[in-house]
Design a protein around this ligand. Structure first.
Ligand SMILES: NC(=O)C1=CN([C@@H]2O[C@H](COP(=O)(O)OP(=O)(O)OC[C@H]3O[C@@H](n4cnc5c(N)ncnc54)[C@H](OP(=O)(O)O)[C@@H]3O)[C@@H](O)[C@H]2O)C=CC1
Ligand SMILES: O=C(O)CCC(=O)C(=O)O
Length: 446
């Protein structure tokens, strides 16, 4: 750390006590951009870091709703509008019992940098609630979403703040949220949310975008290093939106996915996971991954989901949640000869795991770059909404591919310029920091 980054990190810890995920995300960025400040003293003079780590606005609200038994339930809602330098706040909404301000701040902070990398005019924000959609009826989820939006509606808008999905928020939840927003505002403002249904303003490829984008950037990095995806064995954690479409694309490109998981455990199927069946279990029936054994009894199931990292593979794709891979898990992957790790989830590796992976020369793409395809395609959805247009699957997919290739090239070029060739963590953080910091200087002290 430099004296400047040290001072800012200390300030972040003092001002946000106990918010350990936020501290971790800030520390990771500051550590890798500390090399910038000797060359660019103007950033310190303009107080860029002090302003960047302080959200522009933080909204915390009560979400009361009535469950199927007629009981009143109360959850806590959050929207952290972190930075609007490059455009309207943009970032998903997470419904998960672990949600508190530290999680939303870490995600919102990461989103600022990720969104800058996409080259689209979007700022960074994130929201969510400690509501757990698991085991709830459609009616309960709908009533919760309506109550959540009743408060959120006054803070968002297609040119202000544009939420989307994240863990626990998919097409069903976006539908209920959009319906309530439209009802409150009496206005069909399609661009206020992304991840919408295709018949009411959604974009083709948004469902697949984060997972597909992850594989496009991985493919580009491996191609640069003369490595092919054909016949590579792949372990993918999670079995939600990101995991399923990452597994789909990498399978289409000739690799074999042998393991997937959910929060209850992981599967191993050495002949290759049947993804259509996983989709049926997870997307249609909202079931548990263990149900895979009813059709494939020869597959193995283990109730410890973190044990997925002891499965031998060439490529590991953590696509579930933050800090899901610790140092011990990373060591197991290295011992088993892992060649590449690309992060579908946000901050899935602990700092110690990330260091170990980098020290062992494993190809490594951090989430800010690797999972940016989702939000990039959300920005493409906003463009279509603003134009009252609807593009073909191929058109959106090609734009997504190009954005992911550009992110890779940009991050790897900037790493090289700073004498850190091959370090995509530094490259992604420094490249995006320059874009945001220069624009903040343009806007004056606000
Ligand atoms: N959706 C998007 O477009 C984007 C998502 N991301 C990030 O990707 C990650 C996954 O999001 P998404 O796929 O949308 O979320 P989903 O809710 O669709 O899926 C999450 C998956 O992760 C599993 N999971 C959760 N916790 C654990 C755990 N501790 N161990 C193993 N599996 C676990 C869930 O299992 P279970 O079913 O048991 O809950 C589920 O299968 C998150 O980090 C998110 O922030 C990043 C960029 C964009
Ligand atoms: O599509 C979006 O706006 C948000 C995606 C997201 O939440 C993320 O990139 O982590």
């Amino acid at each position: 750390m430099s004296a400047y980054t040290d001072k800012v990190l200390k300030m972040v810890k003092e001002r946000n006590p106990g918010e350990v995920e936020f501290h971790q995300a800030v520390e990771e960025v500051l550590e890798s951009i500390k090399v910038v400040f000797d060359k660019h003293p103007e950033y310190e003079e303009h107080g860029i870091l002090e302003r960047l780590v302080e959200p522009e606005r933080q909204i915390i609200f009560r979400v009361p709703w009535v469950d199927d038994n007629g009981n009143v339930q109360v959850n806590r809602g959050f929207r952290i509008e972190f930075n609007s330098t490059l455009g309207p706040y943009k970032g998903g909404i997470r419904f998960h019992p672990s949600v508190y301000s530290g999680i939303i701040k870490f995600l919102g902070f990461e989103q600022i940098f990720k969104n800058a990398l996409t080259g689209r005019p979007i700022g960074g924000g994130k929201g969510g609630s400690d509501f757990d959609p698991k085991g709830k009826s459609d009616g309960e989820v709908m009533r919760f979403c309506q109550s959540f939006m009743t408060e959120l509606a006054r803070h968002i808008g297609d040119k202000t703040d544009v939420p989307a999905g994240d863990i626990g928020v998919g097409g069903r939840e976006i539908g209920y949220l959009f319906g309530q927003y439209k009802r409150i505002k009496n206005r069909y403002e399609a661009g206020v949310l992304t991840g919408k249904g295709l018949s009411w303003g959604g974009s083709l490829v948004r469902t697949e975008a984060t997972g597909y984008g992850l594989i496009y950037i991985l493919e580009e990095m491996l191609k640069e290093n003369n490595v092919s995806l054909i016949d590579k064995e792949v372990v993918v954690s999670g079995s939600g939106n990101v995991a399923i479409y990452a597994a789909e694309k990498i399978t289409q490109l000739g690799a074999k996915v042998v393991a997937m998981s959910d929060s209850s455990g992981h599967l191993y199927d050495e002949s290759g996971i049947d993804l259509e069946y996983i989709k049926e279990i997870k997307e249609v029936n909202r079931g548990r991954i263990k149900e895979y054994l009813t059709k494939y009894p020869e597959a193995e199931y283990c109730e410890d989901c973190t044990d997925i990292w002891s499965m031998k593979c060439d490529i590991a794709l953590p696509c579930a949640t933050q800090n899901e891979m610790d140092e011990e898990s990373a060591q197991k992957l290295i011992d088993n000869g892992v060649m590449a790790i690309a992060e579908g989830a946000n901050m899935p590796l602990t700092p110690a795991a990330a260091k170990l992976i980098q020290d062992n020369d494993v190809y490594y793409i951090p989430g800010k770059a690797a999972n940016a395809g989702g939000v990039a395609t959300s920005a493409l959805e906003m463009t279509q909404n603003a134009m009252w247009d609807h593009w073909s699957f191929d058109k959106v997919d090609q734009k997504l591919q190009q954005i992911m290739i550009n992110i890779y090239k940009n991050a790897s070029q900037v790493a090289k310029e700073y004498g850190l060739e091959g370090d995509l963590v530094a490259g992604a953080n420094i490249a995006s920091f320059h874009i945001i910091a220069d624009a903040m200087i343009d806007h004056g002290v606000i």
